[in-house]
Design a binder for this molecule. Sequence first.
Ligand code: PMP
Length: 315
Amino acid sequence: MKIGELTVYAGGEFQKYEDAKVGLLTHGLQYGTGCFEGIRGYWVPEDSELYLVQLREHFERLAISAKILLMRVPHSVDELIEITTELCARNRFESATYIRPFMYKCAEDVGVRLHNVPDAFAIAAIPFTHYLDISGGVAAGTSSWRRADDSAAPPRAKITGLYVNSALAKSEAISNGFDEAIMLSHDGHVAEGSAENIFIVKNGVLLTPDPSQNVLEGCTRRAVIEIARNEFGLEVVERAIDRSELYGAEEIFFTGTAVGVVYVRSVDRRDVSNGKIGPVTQKIGTFYERLVNGREPKYRKLLTPVYAGRAVATA
Ligand code: PMP
């Protein structure tokens, strides 16, 4: 299906993507004054079902991002869940899906600020086709671009304009021959990848930067911490991590909506252990993959099925 023919939710109604336009001078476009979420849907053919992952957690984070930008999401989390499942059903998605809810300052005028600017809410959803071949792990490089600091522009909020920080780091990493960047914060501690949280295994303990380390508090991160503790009895410590701790780590992996759980095979051209996926990453990654495919009953609460009990609506 062409993108223009997809159904989106904008201006409080379902409409065609090609009919939902924004003007050239839109505040959010000019100044990056917006916030968004990225949500994955996993299509499971055996169940004829599309499972949307952590809708509630994503929408709760969107509400916080919006509040930081002096905006208010015009729906409750329950309403948002209903709108999102209806959107997927109207598009009749039967494949992996990527959902992008977002808010942006929609005034078409000039003047940078957050106050007294109207805002808009929309959700676009598309088939997810951005599969990277990450089966061989990721070669990561420490970026020369520092992660934005909470005192400048808060990474805890998923702010549109903040993604310049990620884009600079990502492109630098690629041009240096890496697959992904690891950004350090202003004080030199490990923050996160361009669109992933990071975990390391040290002496069998799972370490990840705590929320004060200028990271997005990832939904996958949260699920992985729960899985590690409750399913595998692992100790998980959230604390500041030095760059040099990366080099001696037994295992390193990234977590995120797009990548799931992916192992890092090298950092700054130093192999992580033997450069192969380690046992902790392996078991957590496998568990997460089963979870998002609806195969872990205890964690079904994290999934919203699109089609169960729904008469498929027409756009
Ligand atoms: N950090 C950044 C900067 C991100 O963009 C993302 C992707 N949303 C993540 C971490 C991972 O967050 P999540 O697990 O919620 O996708």
